[in-house]
Design a protein around this ligand. Structure first.
Ligand SMILES: Nc1ncnc2c1ncn2[C@@H]1O[C@H](COP(=O)(O)OP(=O)(O)O)[C@@H](O)[C@H]1O
Ligand SMILES: [Mg+2]
Length: 362
């Protein structure tokens, strides 16, 4: 092995001071899995029960911030209240000195983001297949009145044997309490933000339905529907523009697939499937109607630029944003004090999120 590479590898393993430590006299940190904006996730051995667990340790600087600690403990409670095969199980929440951490089921494998990066995009059957356990997990949360608020491929863990588990209930909030975050900031990754989260800072289960629709679009096409140079500009696109039908990017996708995305991402929450369970029903139905070799047909058609179905489906009708920009082209954004709508600064750096960078990858 190349000497510099050996050094670099050694460096990553010794650079993290927590690796090798035992937290709370019980959890021996073995290696680092991922480092996010708010916390670092490790694989650890629970020496008392002699099993492998995942440990999410809040970044040291944040442990003194009451809001973050409250959110972190909220994640433990939210996820612990759910018992579902497609939700990452949370076992415990502990504090050891300056370390505040969650103990959870370790899900070996990779994230849906990794899979998407590797494949570019997924075939329609594959995309709809993976959406089903994700929606079942969100559906379980929704039944309990819990909104995930950060649905995206990074938060879907995939095991080697093909199971999907939804992680990161860090922003989850009981529906009744989710009108506004404690700090009054918009939270949730900007690429998946529903219009009502941008405009009013409010999220309910239908905001998760919107994010799921965006994620489905992304799985099908390999790209987010709304892209722009700044997070704020992306947020405004969610308010002012409709999510395009995915067939506009990937010819061969059926009108039924387009309709799934369009309905889930309707600007008006009342026009969406009303929770993840409803969307799951629609996804399962469309999935069931696709021929088994449909993904290959779509792939081939896009290679050869030919039609997928023998009788080509009619092209989707023109779509128009359902909501024009409120206030004659001007849109309101939640101001941090939560008291008054403010005009969006033209191209200012995003101020909407402080918990995690909008570009955060996990
Ligand atoms: N239980 C787990 N098992 C294995 N890997 C995990 C687990 N939880 C999180 N991860 C990994 O750590 C990353 C960040 O975890 P997440 O809970 O999403 O934290 P953040 O709040 O920083 O986004 C995930 O994208 C995933 O790669
Ligand atoms: Mg995450």
């Amino acid at each position: 092995m190349d000497f510099a590479l050996t050094l670099a590898l050694m460096d990553t393993s010794v650079a993290d001071p927590l690796v090798g430590q035992v937290l709370d006299g019980r959890y021996r940190i073995e290696s680092r899995v991922a480092r996010g904006g708010m916390a670092t996730v490790y694989v650890a051995r629970d020496v008392r029960l002699d099993r492998i667990v995942a440990i999410k340790v809040m970044h040291a600087g944040l442990a003194s911030d009451d809001d973050f600690v409250a959110r972190f403990i909220g994640e433990a409670k939210a996820a612990a209240a759910l018992s579902h095969p497609n939700v990452v199980a949370v076992y415990d929440q502990r504090t050891d000195g300056e370390h505040v951490f969650l103990v959870m089921e370790y899900v070996p494998g990779r994230t849906l983001r990794d899979l998407l990066t590797e494949r570019g995009r997924l075939g329609p059957r594959a995309a709809l297949e993976i959406m089903q356990p994700v929606l079942a997990a969100l559906g379980a949360a929704h039944r309990g009145g819990l909104v995930h608020r950060d649905v995206k491929p990074e938060n879907v863990l995939l095991t080697e044997d093909g199971q999907a588990k939804v992680a990161d209930f860090g922003l989850a909030r009981a529906e009744s309490a989710s009108k506004m975050t404690k700090t009054g900031l918009i939270i949730g990754t900007v690429g998946y933000l529903a219009p009502e989260q941008v405009l009013a800072g409010s999220a309910d289960v239908r905001s998760d339905v919107y994010a799921s629709g965006v994620m489905l679009y992304e799985l099908l096409t390999g790209e987010l529907p709304h892209r722009a140079d700044t997070a704020l500009a992306v947020a405004y696109k969610h308010v002012n523009e409709a999510v395009p039908p995915p067939s506009a990017a990937v010819p061969g996708l059926t009108p039924a697939i387009d309709a799934l995305v369009t309905r889930a991402t309707a600007h008006d929450p009342a026009a969406r499937p009303q929770d993840a369970n409803r969307l799951l029903g629609e996804v399962a139905e469309v999935f069931g109607g696709l021929p088994r070799d449909f993904d290959e047909r779509v792939e081939e058609a896009s290679r050869n630029q030919t039609a997928v179905l023998e009788t080509p489906a009619p092209p989707p009708g023109p779509y128009a944003p359902q909501y024009g920009p409120p206030g004659g082209g001007r849109t309101a954004v939640l101001d941090p004090s939560g008291t008054a709508p403010v005009e969006p600064p033209p191209a200012a750096a995003p101020t909407a999120r402080s918990a995690r960078s909008p570009a955060s990858t996990c």
